[in-house]
Design a protein around this ligand. Structure first.
Ligand code: HEM
Length: 124
């Protein structure tokens, strides 16, 4: 059985930018379909805690910044994924400090030590 990769392999606009001119337009660059503007493929979260730059353009350098994006940084645009808004078109989710640190603790559990320590998968 394949190990879980912690991604849905789909493309979403998670509200990183409120307009697309001058920014990477994401999936739209491939399909030319305006509904794909600002959508990026959901990356695997396996080993995400070992990284030091996040999102397609590396704009965040800590998991705290990523969580703060989801908490209070989501920007509206025409293709924003509906899951990013609450009733009233509100994007802030008002996480407590405890909830933020719980989320980060969870992400840290996704480190795959067998994979990281496997010499067969290391540099030659
Ligand atoms: C609070 C819940 C969530 C957490 C903790 C979370 C965590 C993360 C993290 C850590 C990354 C950075 C991965 C990397 O750069 O390697 C990421 C990126 C991403 N997540 Fe989430 N995520 C959440 C909710 C969602 C939801 C609901 C969606 C889909 C609507 C989503 C879709 C994406 C996409 C498409 C990216 C890549 C964005 C880009 O490359 O610019 N995430 N997420």
């Amino acid at each position: 059985m394949l190990p879980p990769l912690f991604t849905n392999n789909e493309f979403h606009n998670i509200g990183l930018d409120d307009q697309f001119a001058g920014f990477d337009q994401g999936r739209y660059n491939v399909t030319g379909n305006p509904v794909d503007m600002g959508k990026f493929k959901t990356p695997t979260l396996r080993n995400v805690a070992l990284k030091n730059s996040f999102m397609h353009d590396g704009r965040f350098s800590t998991l705290e910044e990523v969580i703060e994006h989801y908490n209070s940084g989501v920007k509206h645009s025409s293709t924003l994924d509906p899951i990013m808004t609450k009733p009233g078109n509100v994007t802030d989710i008002d996480l407590t400090e405890q909830q933020k640190s719980d989320l980060i603790a969870f992400l840290k559990t996704l480190v795959d030590d067998d994979f990281i320590g496997n010499k067969d998968l290391g540099r030659p």
